[in-house]
Design a protein around this ligand. Structure first.
Ligand code: HEC
Ligand code: HEC
Length: 351
């Protein structure tokens, strides 16, 4: 039995090697969801019943993700604002869309977004499928037409006119149409495969006591001691709640975040607790991108919190020492891992 398993693994390795040698696309997806590599520290990818994994959908989603023809003037792709080499963000305070138009919020990373209970800083989308349709019809992102339904029909038609896409959609969904819902399903399937784990922190937690250096270990203690773990915890360093930490609340007309979705006073000025994975690369920080560096984030929690009527009681100046601040930054940097950096645009887009 054991020998059989070994020879099976050996055969798989040979297959993988020969695929690599034959210059096969590095971003090829495996046939079964169970074959997707989930990095250390993460839980299995939650696949929804109405959009289960398939290699064809993931592959199509990846192509759509990088294709600027999803935008109405052909200038912006999802990947314009969520860039692979920037850990799926854009490193701008607020995102820049078609015709250089800007919104009011910072583009969050989409790494590990499979695990988000809701999407967007205010959680207004309940699934990745829902979420994907947002930017396509957003006039500050990918659309020049304020009419949402019209934008969708235009996008469907634009793709339908491309023979290569007709073929890919048919293979992925089994029918001859291209619908906005199928576009969203393919994109969401791809997004669920963009992961980050196996960081020094994960290796440490799995028993490798040398994986984090002394400063990072000290930072981990500070992280726990000052209650960061009240909000940033679990495999993705967030439990998905909405919290007012004060950011932006001193503005004349502050972005009210979750309140604008629920109209519940408890949600006034509250934003989704963001993941801290790859946080070293996802600057600038916070929903409005107003905080430039990790040192500045720590200074904010350390002494600068912006008081307002709904500030979460756990948020108050912490009076950290300089050593504690440095250690905390080092710890946050130990949350960089792998599982996302290999994604690349297709060699050729469908024609
Ligand atoms: C013009 C820049 C821009 C483009 C293009 C864009 N996004 Fe975004 N994305 C953003 C911004 C800004 C937000 C946050 C908006 C908010 O919270 O209100 C966001 C949020 C998200 C989120 C939510 C992540 C979370 O943690 O809540 C996901 C997922 C996402 N985008 C995926 C996509 C996909 C897929 C596409 C292509 C269909 C796309 N984005 C196109 C800027 C962009
Ligand atoms: C009461 C809940 C809570 C606590 C405690 C908390 N945070 Fe946060 N954290 C949040 C929320 C919510 C945001 C996003 C706020 C916004 O954008 O308005 C955030 C944002 C961040 C960000 C920026 C991430 C990004 O991608 O923009 C970092 C880094 C961070 N927190 C680290 C920490 C550290 C370190 C501590 C402990 C000193 C801590 N947090 C304590 C809720 C909390």
């Amino acid at each position: 039995m054991c020998r059989l398993a070994y020879s099976f693994i050996f055969a798989l390795q040979c297959l993988a090697l020969s695929l690599q040698l034959s210059g096969h696309d590095q971003n090829e997806f495996p046939q079964k969801a169970e074959q997707l590599a989930v990095p250390l520290g993460l839980t299995p990818i939650p696949w929804p019943k109405d959009d289960p994994y398939s290699a064809k959908k993931a592959q199509l989603g990846r192509i759509l993700y990088f294709d600027k023809r999803l935008s109405s003037d052909g200038t912006i792709a999802c990947a314009s604002c969520h860039q692979v080499q920037r850990a799926f963000t854009d490193n701008l305070p607020v995102a820049k869309g078609v015709h250089g138009r800007t919104g009011t919020r910072h583009a969050p990373t989409i790494i590990n977004s499979a695990y988000n209970r809701t999407q967007f800083w205010d959680g207004r989308a309940n699934s990745l499928e829902d979420q994907c349709k947002g930017p396509i019809a957003n006039i500050n992102e990918m659309s020049l037409n304020p009419d949402v339904e019209k934008t969708y029909r235009e996008c469907e038609l634009r793709l339908y006119k491309i023979e290569g896409y007709r073929k890919l959609f048919k293979e992925a969904f089994g029918h001859d149409k291209i619908t906005i819902d199928d576009i969203a399903k393919a994109l969401a399937t791809f997004e669920r495969t963009i992961l980050s784990g196996n960081s020094p922190y994960d290796k440490y937690m799995a028993g490798d006591k040398t994986a984090m250096n002394t400063e990072q270990l000290q930072g981990y203690q500070v992280f726990k001691k000052y209650g960061c773990t009240n909000c940033h915890f679990g495999p993705n360093f967030t439990d998905g709640r909405f919290i007012n930490v004060g950011i932006g609340m001193d503005a004349k007309n502050p972005d009210l975040g979750r309140f604008e979705v629920t109209h519940n006073q408890n949600d006034w000025g509250a934003f989704k607790i963001p993941t801290l994975r790859e946080v070293k690369f996802t600057y600038p920080y916070m929903h409005n991108g107003s905080v430039k560096t990790l040192e500045d984030v720590i200074d904010y929690y350390g002494k600068g919190v912006i008081k307002n009527k709904n500030l979460n009681p756990l948020i108050h100046p912490l009076h950290l020492t300089n050593d504690e601040k440095k250690a905390l930054v080092s710890f946050l940097e130990a949350l960089s891992g792998e599982g996302w950096e290999h994604f690349a645009p297709p060699a050729e887009f469908p024609k």
